[in-house]
Design a protein around this ligand. Structure first.
Ligand code: PGA
Length: 253
């Protein structure tokens, strides 16, 4: 991706945090702080906060999305949420395959692949998360893991739809641990993903697909990460819960 022409994407993942009043407070507080940001700012809120967040984000540069969805269009799946329910409340994107979903809810690449396809056909932008565990990195399997996650999660997705997919590389060992990958480590993994995308889907797809880094991003690490040639944005968990710290990351972009 030609970084000179592309706008960085800074995405927040609130996970299972924030009630309605906390959602309201955050949006009110961050609005003026990011009014001049050049980044595209995404916030993945809990399902219960979606409608409120969408309403409050009108006339701001915040884009609201969800953290998960089911692969079926609708049906008898107690407790699940369908893509059309998300678009109906105004969600524009959805996180898919976050490592916490893979780890605690046993989500497979095949299931993730079905969700990516359902999101795309529902006009919901998928933000697909991939990343290796510490054990996989230490045993030299990082590239194999990333390649498998990419190929299986994007299997049979129309090439024309791939331009709507965002990828987030989030090494599992860096998520919520305070141990961020160094800018070099992140760049190396991103470069591998970029090359892999080019080999399998062509230079155009590889050149235009945004690749975000996630894992313990903080205001003081954002600029260096964003300065790497294959890093097009950031996915931020912990540091996105506080409006001031998330605004600082947004404004680093
Ligand atoms: P973290 O989370 O920034 O708290 O490490 C990132 C994520 O899980 O997306």
């Amino acid at each position: 991706m030609d970084k000179k022409q592309s706008v960085p994407i800074i995405a927040a993942n609130w996970k299972m945090y924030k009630t309605l009043s906390e959602t309201e407070q955050f949006i009110t507080q961050i609005k003026p702080l990011i009014a001049k940001a050049k980044a595209r700012v995404l916030v993945a809120v809990p399902f219960t906060s979606l409608k409120t967040a969408v309403d409050l984000a009108k006339d701001t540069n915040l884009i609201i999305g969800a953290q998960n969805m089911n692969d079926a269009s609708e049906g008898a799946f107690t407790g699940e949420i369908a893509a059309k329910m998300l678009t109906d409340v105004g969600a524009k994107f959805v996180l898919i395959g976050h490592s916490e979903r893979r780890q605690y809810f046993n989500e497979s690449n095949a299931f993730i692949n079905r969700k990516v396809k359902r999101a795309l056909e529902s006009n919901l932008q998928p933000l697909l998360c991939i990343g290796e565990t510490l054990k996989e990195r230490e045993s030299g399997e990082m590239e194999d893991v990333l390649a498998t996650q990419l190929s299986e999660s994007l299997q049979d997705v129309e090439t024309s739809s791939l331009k709507n997919v965002i990828i987030a590389y989030e090494p599992v060992w860096a998520i919520g641990t305070g141990i961020s990958a160094t800018a070099d480590m992140a760049q190396q993994a991103h470069h591998f993903c970029r090359e892999y995308l080019a080999q399998h889907w062509g230079a155009e797809v590889a050149g235009t697909m945004p690749l975000l880094y996630g894992g313990s991003v903080k205001p003081n690490t954002a600029a260096e990460l964003l300065g790497q040639s294959d890093i097009n944005g950031l996915l931020v968990g912990g540091a996105s819960l506080d409006a001031t710290s998330f605004a600082a990351i947004v404004n680093a972009g």
